[in-house]
Design a protein around this ligand. Structure first.
Ligand SMILES: [Fe+2]
Length: 41
């Protein structure tokens, strides 16, 4: 469980870097959220 928790932090780090460095990421993040929302409603 400790490793799983660390990996969640790594996801946050990677996402933060993408949002800072990749101009497309904000749009793609929203696109991904929309797809998951539609699949899980
Ligand atoms: Fe990791």
């Amino acid at each position: 469980m400790d490793v799983a928790k660390e990996e969640k932090t790594h996801v946050g780090e990677f996402q933060t870097l993408l949002l800072k460095l990749d101009r497309e990421q904000e749009k793609e993040l929203a696109e991904g959220k929309k797809e998951v929302d539609e699949l899980t409603k």
